[in-house]
Design a protein around this ligand. Structure first.
Ligand SMILES: Nc1ncnc2c1ncn2[C@@H]1O[C@H](COP(=O)(O)OP(=O)(O)O)[C@@H](O)[C@H]1O
Ligand SMILES: [Mg+2]
Length: 497
């Protein structure tokens, strides 16, 4: 069979072995129980049959024994010329004891020499006593000196004339019964192992069949490589455990494919982003090398190149941070703080750039917002949202930021009266390098919001965007407040900045 697809598995550790072993064990237990029950039953039947036979024979015997009128000696009342009656007498007197009340054997008895124990006077007297007390015949099993087992029934017989009690016993050899037992046992010993071997073969085969579908999963998994990720194993249609395993496998395969695609896309995007400034630097330096004649021209070229190098450095730094925060490598240092105060501090830092763009920048938190977050990372979120709001709001507009408690969450809002984001772009703005196409684009990497999303996710929060193109945008971040205690250093904000 093709089970050697799993050669590395030790046989006794295979599922197939264990399944078949379990079947076989259960079957063996059942068989042994059946054998025990069968043997017990057979013994029971043989025994009660033997008792019945002896009882019948004793009854018949009593009907054929009479006592002489004058001598009171027992005799067989049978016709010696009738072959049938002769037969009956021969059968009944096979093992036959008749004795008087003192235990003296009458010559009518016929006791084989090997059963001399039956004529023991003491025993006869004792049994007579027992029969008198219980009014029941006595059954006993004895073994002859030539090792043949016998069963013997003894009872009493009354001489109607004298009223004397006579002891009568009738025995039969149990050889036939034992032969039946032995045959039964021999058959058991032959057929039981045969049945077990058959069961072993059948269970090995059926366990193999049941597990064969596993091999399809195994071989499909072996075929998966980087280039055919997303490979699907066909369902068997049985809708059983294996089909569910196949479903999970297919699902995993799809997810892997999706994330591989994302990584591939990311690499392409990064190469693109890096190439632009590199080409620019190369161009500037080449031009300077071949055409610059004055010190000033050289200086200018170097300055331009440096600007692009700075852009490159920013990009690389941002990518590094982003990949670290997305893979959870940036350690979280949560502290208890007043989010309102944090927002106020950052808004303060942005007043100068806002004034430079002729914007009103407002901070409108009205109450303490205690929470437990990573200060540096939430500062990064605020910085990104505020710089976007300022960048995408034309002169004369406004930008508003505030925080507020919300049950066991806190809310952080940055609103602006800027250009807004068309609805079709909203689902993508958190993707890396995604920028809404713009005829005269501001310089940006398209990484800011990816960062924001990664940080919010790491905090277990969520971010929502509402935007009306031409009217403005509103970014709302919800974070779990965390375990805040009364001792959070808060400052009451009385008037909006
Ligand atoms: N406040 C906003 N108003 C209008 N558009 C915005 C705003 N914030 C973000 N966007 C859009 O989302 C895009 C992605 O933002 P971001 O990831 O920060 O990249 P970047 O700022 O470098 O362009 C931006 O290019 C811009 O089109
Ligand atoms: Mg940005």
């Amino acid at each position: 069979m093709s089970w050697d697809r799993f050669p590395q598995l030790k046989l006794f550790r295979t599922l197939r072995f264990r399944l078949a072993g379990t079947y076989l064990f259960i079957f063996a237990v059942v068989l042994v129980l059946v054998a025990i029950a069968g043997t017990t039953n057979l013994n029971h039947i043989l025994e009660s049959e033997s008792v019945q036979t002896l009882d019948d024979e004793l009854g018949a015997l009593k009907g054929y024994i009479y006592f002489e009128g004058d001598t009171h000696v027992p005799y067989w009342f049978l016709d010696p010329s009738d072959p049938e009656e002769v037969n009956i007498r021969a059968r009944l007197s096979d093992v036959f004891v008749i004795a008087d009340e003192r235990g003296t054997l009458d010559p009518l008895s016929s006791v084989p020499r090997s059963l001399a124990q039956l004529s023991n006077r003491n025993m006869i007297v004792k049994e007579l006593e027992l029969i008198r007390k219980t009014q029941e015949p006595v059954f006993k099993k004895i073994v002859s000196t030539d090792k043949i087992p016998y069963q013997v029934i003894s009872s009493t017989l009354r001489d109607k004339d004298t009223g004397a009690r006579w002891y009568v016993a009738e025995g039969r050899a149990l050889v036939d019964d034992n032969t039946v037992r032995r045959t039964f046992r021999r058959n058991l010993l032959i057929y039981l192992p045969l049945a077990l071997v058959l069961c072993a073969v059948v269970s090995w085969y059926s366990a193999g069949r049941a597990l064969r579908a596993l091999q399809s999963v195994d071989s499909a998994a072996k075929k998966v490589t980087g280039s055919n990720l997303g490979l699907q194993i066909p369902r068997r249609g049985a809708d059983d455990e294996l089909d569910r395993l196949i479903d999970s496998f297919n699902e995993m395969s799809r997810r892997l494919k999706a994330s591989f695609e994302q990584v591939r896309q990311f690499s392409t995007d990064v190469s693109h982003e890096l190439r632009t400034p590199l080409t620019a630097i190369q161009g500037q330096l080449e031009v300077a090398l071949f055409t610059a004649t004055t010190k000033e021209q050289l200086k200018e070229a170097i300055e331009n190149a440096l600007q692009d190098v700075e852009r490159l450095a920013n990009l690389v730094r941002a990518l590094l941070l982003l990949s670290q925060s997305e893979s959870g490598q940036i350690p979280m240092h949560k502290n208890q703080l007043d989010l309102g105060r944090l927002v106020e501090d950052i808004v303060d830092q942005f007043q100068i750039p806002a004034e430079a763009s002729s914007l009103r920048l407002l901070h409108t938190t009205t109450q303490p917002v205690p929470c437990e977050v990573d200060r540096t990372q939430i500062e990064r979120v605020m910085t990104n949202l505020l710089s976007n709001a300022i960048k995408y709001t034309p002169a004369g507009g406004w930008v508003k930021a505030y925080a507020e408690p919300l049950g066991n969450q806190v809310r952080l809002v940055v609103e602006d009266s800027g250009v807004g984001i068309p609805a079709s772009h909203i689902p993508h703005i958190f993707d890396r390098f995604y920028r809404v196409p713009d005829p005269n684009p501001e310089k940006g990497l398209g990484l800011g919001l990816s960062f924001v999303a990664a940080i919010v996710k790491a905090h277990g929060g969520e971010i929502n965007v509402h935007s009306d193109p031409g009217k403005g945008s509103r970014f709302e971040v919800l974070l779990p407040a965390g375990a805040v205690t009364a001792s959070v250093p808060v400052r009451n904000v009385t008037s909006p900045a």
